[in-house]
Design a protein around this ligand. Structure first.
Ligand code: AR6
Length: 185
């Protein structure tokens, strides 16, 4: 499913496994330690191999833990994607702890970093809606709006894909993207 943003830019939604994506970079829903974990983080480290963790360790040694909503880049190791952008989403409490702002920052800062790196295509998982407990029907509209807004503000990134692991998550993002497209007409 594809949503045109104008200016030759688009957002696509697909069901699937993000480790198989051949976009220039994939985004990892990591945590601030950058030491790997379960969910999509575990899958990316398994598929990409140990080079990714080595690079994460070097980043933490140099600049300390990653703040929530911020992003750092490593190479993709054995992945098809050349780079992995690691971001730490918010742990969802009840929505009053700035969770939406932090979640939006993950998407916005990933797009901006990819753009500074000269990348054109990027794939995202549904950040924070697994282990971190963000209800997907609340996360999806935040994610779609933040991504569309950030893409409109950059030069190089022309395609962002949401790669969604299950039917419920896909449906939530499809509904959010349709509503966003209608609202922006
Ligand atoms: N491809 C695409 N999406 C996936 C994949 C995959 N291979 N595997 C899982 N998902 P989660 P979070 C979906 O828990 O909530 C980790 O331990 C999953 O179904 O991976 O941001 C980190 O180290 C869900 O829809 O990330 C952190 O400690 C979505 O990815 C913590 O979990 C996000 O689920 C981050 O939690």
């Amino acid at each position: 499913m594809r949503f045109e943003l104008g200016g030759g830019k688009a957002i696509e939604l697909a069901r699937g496994d993000i480790t198989a994506e051949s976009t220039d970079a994939i985004v990892n829903a990591a945590n601030s330690s950058l030491m790997g974990g379960g969910g999509v983080d575990g899958a990316i480290h398994r598929a990409g191999g140990p080079a990714i963790l080595d690079e994460c360790k070097a980043i933490v040694a140099k600049q300390g833990y990653l703040e929530d909503g911020q992003v750092v880049a490593t190479t993709g190791g054995r992945l098809k994607a050349r780079y992995v952008l690691h971001t730490s989403g918010p742990v969802y409490e009840d929505g009053t702890f700035g969770e939406a702002e932090t979640l939006a920052s993950c998407y916005r800062e990933s797009i901006r970093l990819a753009d500074r790196m000269g990348l054109k295509t990027l794939a995202f998982p549904s950040i924070s809606t697994g282990t971190y407990g963000y209800p997907v029907h609340l996360a999806a509209p935040v994610a779609v709006a933040a991504l569309a807004e950030a893409m409109n503000g950059v030069e190089n990134v022309t395609l962002a894909r949401f790669i969604l692991f299950d039917d419920l998550t896909f449906a939530a993002y499809r509904d959010a993207a349709k509503a966003f497209a209608e609202d922006s007409r």
